[in-house]
Ligand binder design. Structure first.
Ligand SMILES: Cc1cc2nc3c(=O)[nH]c(=O)nc-3n(C[C@H](O)[C@H](O)[C@H](O)COP(=O)(O)OP(=O)(O)OC[C@H]3O[C@@H](n4cnc5c(N)ncnc54)[C@H](O)[C@@H]3O)c2cc1C
Ligand code: FES
Length: 363
């Protein structure tokens, strides 16, 4: 009842505050004063490694917390344009008043570099609601095996911290792959946790030598999971670069352990499908931009960018819908499901849609 009344009151205030939502007025007073929107103030900005930034955020009252392993949409305005990206909170789920993000700055990454180089304590970011099914089961596993590579450490360290905070006493092993010790933003904490808590084991593998050369001995090898993935009641939680994820998945499938694997990817493989029976043909026409390109089999988002267009996007993997555009005509293949669809005037997510033949897209 109280909830319904609050909802009615919110709608009434919104109606009297037209033409703009209440939050547009409130942000003139303070960007942290919001009626509906969730925002967060950066309270700490730490560059723990050469390529990362760890941001500690204090969210507004609307933030409901996250479950370890979930992700959240973070938005920021750069040169007047709002950009959305997704990050996995690294803090324990018990702490709902703080959000810790560790962002790896990509060489060609627009927002990850911006968050590392330009954002400062005191800045305010937009926030979505925590989401995602990459989480620990309510009945904790007999043996929790966390496997991560590079920036993929964030959801699994949230799981580790959550288990430690709840006093979980069954074995937890974290296997992490990084270029070097200097490249692990949580190195000191991981080592201290493994020393202090008897059931926590941390195994680090480094893929570069001290001179920065590639070191194959530090890359994933099936024996790294011996006695872990196959332990009684083990469940494996995996997040990292696609090469690591593929190798772990293939290894576990080959050992008949595929049903123990839970994984989260930060990117999807968008490489065109090469099928000799169905050559890549057709023209991709951008109806709003008066331009066109020969279909090269990649996603419509990638082909549009290659043509010089800048469509909005967020996740680039089909979860946020910010890239949705209307397919006026033609057939597209969903690269996640393989499904073909050729109904005219349909909104589609162009980050996960590849043209099959001629396509007209409202872009
Ligand atoms: C569920 C989820 C959780 C995540 N959690 C984390 C996390 O905890 N920590 C973390 O560091 N990252 C995380 N990520 C990744 C993060 O959301 C961003 O994708 C990453 O930071 C790169 O964003 P960016 O803006 O720097 O790169 P972008 O500028 O968006 O570039 C990303 C790639 O897009 C392509 N691209 C972009 N623009 C163009 C263009 N104009 N022309 C051609 N190609 C282009 C390039 O291939 C480029 O490498 C997560 C992603 C997801 C989906
Ligand atoms: S960018 Fe998120 S669904 Fe396409």
């Amino acid at each position: 009842m109280a909830h319904r009344l609050a909802g009615l009151l919110e709608n009434l205030v919104e109606a009297t505050a037209t033409p703009y939502p209440v939050d547009r007025y409130l942000e003139f007073v303070s960007p942290m004063l919001t009626w509906r929107e969730t925002r967060a103030k950066v309270v700490r900005h730490e560059r723990r490694t050469d390529r990362t930034v760890t941001l500690t955020l204090a969210p507004t009252r609307q933030w409901k917390g996250h479950v370890a392993g979930q992700y959240v949409e973070v938005s920021t305005v750069v040169d007047g344009v709002r950009h959305r990206r997704f990050f996995s909170p690294a803090n324990a789920e018990q702490d709902a008043r703080t959000i810790e993000l560790t962002v790896t700055a990509h060489d060609d990454g627009f927002i990850s570099k911006h968050l590392r180089e330009n954002v400062r304590a005191g800045d305010v970011l937009g926030l979505g609601t925590a989401a995602g099914a990459f989480t620990l089961p309510a009945q904790r596993p007999e043996h929790t095996v966390l496997v991560s590579g590079g920036s993929g450490i964030t959801p699994v360290i949230s799981m580790l911290r959550t288990l430690v905070a709840e006093g979980h006493h069954k074995p937890v092993t974290l296997v992490h792959y990084a270029r070097s010790a200097d490249d692990v933003p949580y190195l000191a904490e991981l080592e201290a946790t493994a020393r202090a808590i008897g059931n926590v084991d941390v195994r680090l593998h480094f893929t570069r030598t001290a001179d920065g050369e590639r070191f194959d001995g530090g890359r994933f090898a099936p024996e790294h999971l011996d006695g872990l993935a196959d332990a009684d009641g083990a469940q494996v939680f995996l997040c990292g670069p696609s090469s690591l994820m593929t190798q772990v998945r293939e290894h576990m499938d080959a050992r008949g352990l595929g049903d123990r694997l839970h994984s989260e990817a930060f990117t999807v493989d968008t490489a065109p499908v090469i099928d000799p029976n169905q050559p890549i043909t057709g023209t991709l026409t951008y109806t709003e931009s008066d331009t066109a390109s020969e279909n090269d089999g990649r996603t419509i988002l990638e082909q549009a960018e290659a043509t010089g267009l800048n469509p909005e996007y967020g996740c680039r993997m089909g979860i946020c819908f910010s890239c949705t555009k209307v397919r006026k005509s033609g057939c597209t293949r969903n690269i996640l499901t393989g499904e073909l669809d050729s109904e005219a005037d349909q909104p589609i997510q162009i980050c996960v849609s590849a043209p099959v033949g001629d396509v007209d897209i409202e872009l």
